[in-house]
Design a protein around this ligand. Structure first.
Ligand code: C2E
Ligand code: MG
Ligand code: MG
Ligand code: MG
Length: 286
């Protein structure tokens, strides 16, 4: 009976639910003005070669600095942006911002690596996405190989003509494609054969205990081995401890990102890292 009652009570409009709903509506309303008010900011997380810690890429991670609430997690506001139809506008802003940043670094004589931008499922599957990316690159005067796009398996699961067309158009432009959170969605290994993917990203949920749990170790090893066999790059996400990095290196993972090296940081904090990189390559005579 208690179970039945519990199920029923959850349908009542409780004060707690009312509070959640009003928070959510506030959030929606605030998000509508966030672009205009310049409350969004792009942070960058370094991706390193696992053998040498050489910088091989950066992942752009969106931040929303709410005037009252402070930094709001994208895990909260990205789904809302998708639902209220603002994801295209914000997604385009992120790509443009990354292009401008890339250019600014080059102008300073730095040698920025490729930057990976997360693309939401809805944004990716909207007709004209590839054309939009091409237009932004052209307007900002950036080559396509300065960008990589991260999508998830959920997008590929739709397996629509639109999806394949978009992927091929993006590949045609010269962009690289990474499969984010690999192994957590509706995974189908055949995606790796059917779609032009360059990189698979091992999800943090497998990485976080890869050096202590047999199952997670086996999953990481299998994904890395699969990636190598298929000629794909492998990036481990959320590497926090040396033990994890050691295990992944031993298994032949190509690269990693995570708190062990650095969290996502604002642009100005990255400068030192990029300067080192520029100096390093000058020393090697490039
Ligand atoms: P994701 O793309 O899988 O990004 C990885 C998340 O793990 C990021 O969270 C990152 O800050 C966090 N992370 C990195 N290293 C570590 C670590 O060592 N330990 C732990 N605990 N976490 C780590 P974040 O920045 O909160 O982003 C969450 C998700 O929001 C992202 O997951 C991505 O799906 C989405 N997102 C972020 N920026 C954008 C964007 O510009 N557009 C879209 N569509 N989605 C975005
Ligand atoms: Mg990502
Ligand atoms: Mg991920
Ligand atoms: Mg993730």
């Amino acid at each position: 009976q208690a179970k039945h009652a519990g199920r029923n009570t959850s349908r009542f409009f409780t004060p707690e639910l009312a509070h959640q709903l009003s928070e959510r509506l506030d959030c929606e309303n605030d998000l509508r003005d966030a672009l205009e008010r310049e409350e969004f900011e792009v942070f960058y997380q370094p991706q390193l070669m696992i053998d040498s810690d050489e910088l091989m890429g950066l992942e752009a991670l969106l931040r929303w600095r709410h005037p009252a609430k402070g930094l709001v997690s994208p895990a909260i506001f990205i789904p809302i942006l998708e639902e209220v139809g603002l994801i295209d506008a914000v997604g385009e802003w992120v790509i443009r911002q990354v292009c401008r940043q890339h250019r600014a670094w080059q102008t300073k004589g730095l040698r920025p690596p490729r930057v990976a931008v997360n693309v939401s499922g809805r944004q990716f599957l909207h007709a004209g996405f590839a054309e939009t990316v091409a237009r932004i690159l052209a307007e900002e005067g950036q080559p396509a190989n300065s960008l990589e796009l991260e999508i998830t398996e959920t997008v590929l699961a739709r397996d629509t003509a639109q999806c394949i067309e978009t992927l091929q158009a993006l590949k045609g432009l010269g962009l690289e494609i990474a499969l984010d959170d690999f192994g957590t969605g509706y995974s189908s290994l055949s995606y790796l054969k059917r779609f032009p993917i360059d990189t698979i990203k091992l999800d943090r949920s497998f990485v976080s205990e890869c050096d202590t749990k047999e199952e997670d170790a086996a999953i990481c090893a299998a994904i890395i081995s699969l990636g190598r066999t298929l000629g794909l790059k492998t990036v481990a996400e959320g590497v926090e401890q040396e033990g994890q990095r050691d295990f992944l290196r031993k298994e032949g993972c190509l690269s990693y990102q995570g708190f062990l090296f650095s969290p996502a940081v604002p642009e100005h904090e990255l400068m030192a890292l990029l300067s080192e990189r520029a100096a390093g390559s000058r020393d090697r005579g490039h």
